[in-house]
Design a protein around this ligand. Sequence first.
Ligand code: SAM
Length: 257
Amino acid sequence: MTSSPSLGYTESGPSGGGRGGSGDNDDDDIVCLESFFVNRNYEVSTFTFGSHVIPLFCLQSASTDYDLTGQLVWPGAILMNNYLSKNAEILQGHSVIELGSGVGITGILCSRFCNEVVLTDHNDEVLEILNKNIELQRSSGTIVSAGLNAEKLEWGNHCHLDQIKQKYSNGFDIILGADICFQQSSIPPLFYTVTKLLHSIQCHESKFILAYVSRSKSMDAMVMSEAHKHGMKINEISGTRTIISNLFGVVYEITLN
Ligand SMILES: C[S@@+](CC[C@H](N)C(=O)[O-])C[C@H]1O[C@@H](n2cnc3c(N)ncnc32)[C@H](O)[C@@H]1O
């Protein structure tokens, strides 16, 4: 894949996205190179889960130091989508919020069964490709039974969460997360957000479905302990344990005690 970065600055100063100005202040030396490094060379790939074919703009590999993990489809999403496509009855007619959606492959599959699907991510670059993928589903004539929207949600951010709860005042029956446990510092805010969402749901059967891919024993332990710390029960869904991309993966159903 070739990359065609757009240069975000000129010799006389930044042009778009840059932070420097024309005055005599210290910012004169700051040139924002972010747009130079970000790869936006998305191509449409097609993913198939049972009878469901999903076209998606995505990258094939990550290539920057920025937090752009969401530009590509991760093994946990494949694990999650295989599980959901075989058990679509658990989604039928429900409202779903997905955390850390990336390019949106999981939420987009859900939109074929659910009433309402809200795809979320904290990264603006990722939200842009997520919106492009929502548009792609609509323009490709796929039957989407749900309201399908993307919203900004950073785990642990009260304002983002309150805005979502206000906008979607009927709440959500199911919270989904695919391959979102890969950085230890983000696990406490992730579980904090999940707890807040579960508590705001009226229905007793509300749950957090997590497609987990194990990359370290310390992360395995942290996920378990964080769930227990927040008064949650974490159960492995039988038949989901698998090896994916040479890693151990499993789907967990997490509920409030
Ligand atoms: C490894 S990717 C997984 C993407 C997608 N679920 C998949 O499996 O293909 C992790 C996603 O979580 C998002 N993310 C990471 N930290 C986050 C945070 N603190 N708040 C919200 N989203 C976050 C990233 O932007 C990225 O889209």
